[in-house]
Design a protein around this ligand. Structure first.
Ligand code: GLN
Length: 421
């Protein structure tokens, strides 16, 4: 049976067929020669399932969609502080090929515009930076990827503008390699050949906090990934970033070959492809397809979605051994909103028994804020003479102590069942 999700993606291709405005990039001769009618969409969830329709196996060059990944690699290589000394994180509001520099310190404003990306490329790695990036992309797409040498040579033959930027950047002292090397490497980076399917897997890896969903390999650190996505959200669509974020509402990056990737953290990676570009250098039909996908699938990050429900599935008093105990059965993810509900329940309605049992058998994840708040709450409970018992078969709270380093009592689910039978 064909998935209804594939049928839905086909519909998006049909519905946007009338968007024929714009033109393929012509400043790179090889891109101008590409068939402008090709179109494809792919989507990959954080569980690793890829849905792809249209010309989904067609190869095209990644172009500026390589920039977030190069930025991630530079951060992993040099550390965020050092990268920030060379490239800022402010939207420029100018076109992607402008020399947009911070007037105070001469750094390019952000790593998504060419000036910032050429600088980032020079920071990526001292030896074989393109190979390092190809290896990173290969790990995300589960196949070896290569540079399209024809497109690279074509862009190299018309590289005056990027070379001009690089020489000016060098004069500012922000480049970490000679300007010609930075530009030729950057052009090869942009000429990496990918399909929408590949791009959806790359976007899903970012959505999954830097872990490739199928192999489980961590390819970028969690903090690095957050930094990359933040810069994509504010600068990824160049001088259309505001329009994009209000209409589509997810971190994204476009490329002049006609691709766009979008990332909804924790949920899904999207990729679309259509070579005709609008005045900002973003795929015209691609933007329309992303708008529809976001609207139909409720992807906008600023939609609050469903308010957090309680994390307390049940609270009851049970006879355990010789005495009554208060048992709280918790579920879902413990984060700020849910831990607050648990704590509020304990504060406003203090347990009337000496023993308080927290059953975490149905809890998937405990975020740092929830762990800290639980430690502080446990300190108060212990100080008031309660015994705190934790049931945690999946070890989501392993190593837990109260805020003064005091131990709690650990039970297995069997011990809880036996004790209360
Ligand atoms: N390689 C292209 C350039 O430097 C990338 C630009 C883009 O995709 N926006 O002009």
């Amino acid at each position: 049976m064909r998935s209804p999700i594939l049928d839905y993606l086909d519909e998006i291709i049909e519905k946007t067929a009338e968007v024929t405005g714009g033109a393929p990039a012509d400043y790179i001769p090889e891109l101008a020669a590409a068939d402008p009618d090709r179109v494809a969409i792919a989507m990959c969830t954080v569980s690793g399932t890829v849905y792809a329709v249209g010309d989904a196996e067609d190869l095209f060059t990644i172009q500026s969609m390589s920039k977030p990944f190069a930025y991630g690699l530079a951060i992993e290589q040099r550390g965020l502080d050092e990268v920030l000394e060379h490239v800022g994180v402010e939207p420029s509001g100018d076109a992607f090929n402008e020399l947009s520099l911070d007037p105070e310190n001469g750094r390019p404003l952000n790593p998504m515009i060419n000036a910032g990306a050429i600088t980032t490329h020079s920071l990526m790695c001292t030896t074989d930076p393109v190979d390092r990036l190809l290896t990173l992309i290969g790990a995300m797409v589960e196949r070896p990827v290569e540079v399209d040498e024809k497109v690279a040579a074509s862009e190299q033959s018309e590289a005056s503008r990027n070379l001009g930027l690089a020489y000016l950047l060098d004069a500012q002292g922000v480049l970490a390699s000679p300007p010609q090397d930075a530009v030729s490497g950057y052009i090869r980076q942009c000429s990496t050949s990918v399909t929408v399917r590949d791009l959806a897997l790359m976007a899903a890896t970012l959505a999954n906090g830097g872990v490739q969903p199928n192999t489980g390999e961590r390819v970028l650190g969690r903090r690095t990934t957050r930094q990359v996505l933040s810069v994509m959200a504010s600068c990824g669509m160049y001088d259309a970033a505001g329009d994009w974020f209000t209409a589509v509402g997810i971190p994204a990056k476009s490329g002049v070959a006609g691709g766009i990737i979008g990332v909804l953290p924790g949920q899904v990676g999207l990729a679309v492809f259509s070579p005709r570009l609008d005045a900002h250098g973003n795929s015209a039909r691609g933007v329309k397809m992303m708008e529809l996908l976001s609207e139909d699938m409720d992807l906008h990050l600023m939609d609050p979605g469903r308010p957090a429900r309680t994390a307390v599935r049940a609270r009851h008093t049970r006879r355990i051994g010789e005495e009554d105990a208060t048992v709280l059965v918790l579920e879902g993810d413990l984060e700020l909103s849910t831990i607050e509900m648990i704590v509020d329940g304990l504060v406003s309605d203090p347990p009337s028994t000496r023993q308080v049992v927290f059953d975490l058998s149905r809890v998937d994840e405990v975020r740092d804020v929830a762990r800290r708040t639980s430690s502080n709450m446990t300190t108060k409970l212990l100080d008031e003479g309660y015994e705190v018992v934790v049931v945690d078969p999946d070890e989501v709270l392993s190593g837990f102590k109260d805020s003064r380093g005091r131990e709690v009592t650990w039970w297995t689910p069997e011990q809880l069942a036996d004790a209360s039978s």
